[in-house]
Design a protein around this ligand. Structure first.
Ligand SMILES: Nc1ncnc2c1ncn2[C@@H]1O[C@H](COP(=O)(O)OP(=O)(O)O)[C@@H](O)[C@H]1O
Ligand SMILES: [Mg+2]
Length: 267
């Protein structure tokens, strides 16, 4: 199914969900999948409406044997273009890292910068395309350039039989013990690694930028083969000592990286 709406919406995104998208999904998905699709769809539609400055958004829905595939595409400025110009940071790696940490918004008075954080993790595949393709496919994170010059296209895929309650997913990052505040994050370190290996203090600083707002941070080294001593020292000794109220933990590190981290933490 494919539908197009004019921007800004004449109705709320929840109306578009109720009247157009939800009917196309009933009875193909579990109630848990429906909750997740509702969340993702309304967040991405709201972004197109509030942030893109475009004139049109198109939604395409495909339901096959095992999954729902949703594509939402606007013809506006483009997510990377917008973030690179408004944050005055032209480096796409910084932009991607700030998105993946969560809490990044260009409109703090009216938004919280959580939509892409949560949506990008809950789907089996979540990709944003605008100048770069950014997101994850089955948990593998990527950031690669594209030829797209305008607009933003978001692709979300979800298992039709998904049984994960949305609330349980949120609780991993916004636990009831912290009054459901967004206090915990995780960072796929592989996103910080472009053509250059992770060796320098400045590369580590891209990871730690704005990280002190969180109580707990998981650094996920999956897909990273090698890191340098200065990079590790900056993260696990210098930054950790300066920010004792943020707890850093490590996931997916190979034995060599684990040893380097332990050495830095002991120093
Ligand atoms: N479709 C889009 N077009 C342009 N910029 C976008 C789009 N979607 C998101 N953005 C940018 O990405 C930022 C983060 O989006 P999100 O995580 O949903 O947070 P929020 O909407 O609360 O600001 C937005 O503040 C905006 O700058
Ligand atoms: Mg949003």
């Amino acid at each position: 199914m494919e539908v197009t709406f004019t921007l800004p919406f004449s109705q709320g995104e929840d109306q578009i969900w109720d009247n157009v998208i939800k009917p196309a999904l009933v009875p193909s998905v579990t109630s848990e999948a429906m909750q997740i699709l509702y969340y993702g769809c309304t967040e991405i539609l709201n972004n197109a409406n509030d942030h893109s400055n475009g004139t049109e958004v198109s939604i395409s829905i495909v339901v096959d044997e095992s999954e729902v595939r949703l594509m939402i595409e606007d013809d506006g400025i483009g997510l990377f273009q917008k973030l690179q110009s408004e944050t005055k940071d032209s480096d796409p790696v910084s932009v991607a890292l700030n998105l993946v940490k969560g809490g990044l918004t260009t409109d703090p008075a009216r938004h919280s910068g959580e939509g892409l954080f949560f949506s990008s993790r809950i789907f089996n595949t979540f990709l944003v395309e605008s100048r770069y393709v950014f997101g994850q496919i089955s948990g593998k994170w990527l950031l690669v350039p594209t030829k797209r010059t305008r607009g933003t296209k978001v692709t979300m895929r979800l298992d039709r039989n998904c049984t994960l309650p949305l609330e349980d997913f949120f609780a991993q990052y916004a636990p009831s013990t912290d009054d459901f505040m967004f206090t915990q994050t995780s960072i796929p370190v592989v996103l910080a690694q472009t053509s250059n290996a992770l060796i320098s203090r400045s590369q580590a600083k891209r990871l730690t930028y704005r990280l002190e707002r969180f109580k707990k941070v998981v650094l996920d080294f999956t897909g990273v083969d090698r890191v340098g001593r200065a990079f590790v020292d900056e993260l696990f000794r210098v930054w950790a000592l300066e920010h004792p109220s943020t707890e850093l933990s490590v996931l997916g590190a190979n034995s060599e990286i684990s040893l380097l981290i332990q050495t830095a933490q002991r120093a």
